[in-house]
Design a protein around this ligand. Structure first.
Ligand SMILES: Cc1cc2nc3c(=O)[nH]c(=O)nc-3n(C[C@H](O)[C@H](O)[C@H](O)COP(=O)(O)OP(=O)(O)OC[C@H]3O[C@@H](n4cnc5c(N)ncnc54)[C@H](O)[C@@H]3O)c2cc1C
Length: 485
């Protein structure tokens, strides 16, 4: 009988755990380790962050779902991986520190036959002085609690405008190496909508501040859309959306420091600037969750298993090479850690081989280049792929080939939808296929039949539908596995 341990109960880990419990025969165990007792549908934090939804609409407790599915839930954070075991035996092990009120701080070593690392991002607000809601002067929508705080701060800015004041609202990226530009784009779209609904848009200067060298880059080097036989770019598409809404864009920016009311940033031309602001939602850079790794003798092998960014190395080609030589084939397919055919890293936890967007530096040597996004759909697909490999190997033997899912073969979607309700919303929806461009297969790097930018109410319905469908799926309710990742 085999023991499978999944670290992280987000999009990738939770998806993997649900599929493992569905497909594994009785007798095998599935254990999920996660520090938070609740699941969060992170994409809808955007709506929480403008007050259109409450925290209770985007989170639910994990334990009842896991109890129903026969999954063991350990509320704890993983701190170390021992892929070769320890002095007690050769089975792999994970060191965890409990975080539930009943066992807070207790340490435990869990044994596994298969391990999935799906610990997602570490939110590195500390990389920019003054960034973030805890020790800084800006808000965030990365967690449901952050989003609740962001909504309150936005409302306070709206009240000041109603009282006659003018306000500058800045939305974007808090560091030159941030990823997740799509989330900032969605949020600025929503903020603009809220200001209009509140009747104060004329008193607001709305600024999108990003590390992207051009609008519409989104950390994926931009997209080419085919529209009624004509080709257009995501740059033109995004620029026209911003122009229509009166959103100013500051591009190619690395934020150095934030003081109360002032953002200090450098642009790709090397110039230093200051931007006065009243409300700022700036995303932090992401790193890997800090995990150590040890070999059987207790020697530290963290540098072997993890990239300097803290993300876990998998079956990617990590050879350093110039942008012109980057290929879709550099990207991982199986998510297996090199040297260990029972350890996987999926979702944001795996180390990308390189950026997707063209790397850039200012003349001062400051890196200003979006990191590669690993969005929800690919994260879910990777979680399922690792789960399928494990199920196959447990059922039919460890020699079975691994299932594959490369980001150079799979698509992603970003729907910036503003407003709530069925009739009054509107959306800017983008789909791309594949995420990592492949110029050997497509002249524009992507399949123009599935790479699109659409505007209108239909996209808003899709976003609302996805919110309800994904919560239904994550709760493991009737037919959940028929809903695609
Ligand atoms: C505001 C926002 C909006 C977004 N909107 C979209 C969107 O519209 N569409 C889209 O496709 N994507 C969107 N994304 C991206 C999407 O949320 C991520 O791609 C997805 O959550 C990544 O899944 P993951 O499982 O890798 O990480 P997560 O979902 O972050 O899960 C990580 C899990 O690991 C747990 N964990 C952390 N540390 C440890 C530890 N030490 N030990 C064990 N567990 C640990 C966490 O508690 C969590 O349960 C958005 C992201 C943000 C921030």
């Amino acid at each position: 009988m085999a023991d499978v341990v999944v670290l992280g109960a987000g999009v990738a880990g939770h998806t993997a755990a649900l599929h493992l419990s569905r497909l594994l025969p009785k007798g095998h165990t599935v254990t999920v380790v996660s520090p938070n007792s609740r699941w969060n549908w992170i994409p809808s934090n955007i709506w929480v962050g403008v007050g259109k939804m409450g925290k209770q609409d985007v989170v639910f407790p994990l334990e009842p779902v896991y109890r129903k599915k026969g999954i063991r839930f350990v509320q704890a954070k993983a701190v170390a991986i021992r892929p070769e075991g320890d002095a007690e035996g050769a089975r792999g092990a994970v060191d965890v520190v409990h975080t539930s009120p009943a066992r807070d701080g207790e340490e435990e070593r869990l044994r596994y036959d298969y391990l999935i690392n799906a610990t997602g991002p570490q939110l590195k607000f500390g990389m920019t002085e003054g960034l973030g809601p805890d020790a800084g002067h800006t808000v965030s929508v990365c967690t449901a609690d952050h989003a609740v705080h962001a909504a309150a701060e936005l409302q306070a800015a709206i009240e000041r405008m109603k009282a006659g004041e003018h306000q500058t609202l800045v939305v974007g990226m808090g560091h030159g190496t941030c990823t997740c530009e799509g989330a900032a784009f969605e949020y600025v779209f929503n903020v603009d909508h809220e200001l209009r609904e509140a009747g104060v848009r004329d008193r607001a200067r709305v600024v999108y501040l990003s590390n992207e060298a051009a609008l519409g880059d989104f950390g994926v080097d931009g997209m080419t859309f085919a529209e009624r036989g004509f080709e257009t770019t995501s740059e033109l598409w995004t620029a026209s959306l911003f122009r229509e809404r009166g959103v100013e864009a500051i591009l190619g920016a690395h934020v150095h420091r934030i003081e109360p009311g002032v953002i200090h940033y450098e642009t790709l031309d090397g110039e230093m600037h200051e931007l006065a602001f009243d409300f700022g939602m700036l995303l932090p850079p992401f790193g890997g969750v800090p995990l150590k790794a040890y070999d059987r003798d207790g020697e530290d092998i963290t540098d072997r298993m993890f990239a300097p960014s803290g993300f876990m190395k998998v079956d990617a080609d990590y050879t350093a090479k110039p942008y012109e030589e980057w290929r879709g084939d550099d990207w991982p397919r199986t998510y297996l850690a090199p040297g260990y055919d029972n350890v996987f890293a999926v979702g944001i936890a795996f180390a990308p081989p390189h950026q997707i967007s063209r790397p850039r530096k200012s003349p001062n040597g400051t890196v200003i280049a979006p990191s590669p996004p690993r969005t929800g759909m690919p994260s879910g697909v990777m979680g399922k792929t690792a789960a399928m490999t494990i199920v196959d190997r447990i059922k039919h033997g460890s020699e079975r080939p691994a299932h594959e899912a490369s980001m150079a073969r799979m698509g992603a979607a970003c729907v910036a939808s503003a407003g709530a309700g069925m009739r009054r919303g509107s959306a800017a929806a983008m789909t791309m296929m594949p995420v990592v461009p492949d110029y050997s297969r497509y002249p524009t790097g992507r399949d123009t039949a599935d790479t699109r930018g659409e505007l209108g109410l239909a996209g808003h319905w899709v976003k609302l539908m996805l919110h309800h469908l994904f919560l239904h799926k994550a709760k493991g309710r009737f037919g959940w596995h028929l809903i695609p990742e």
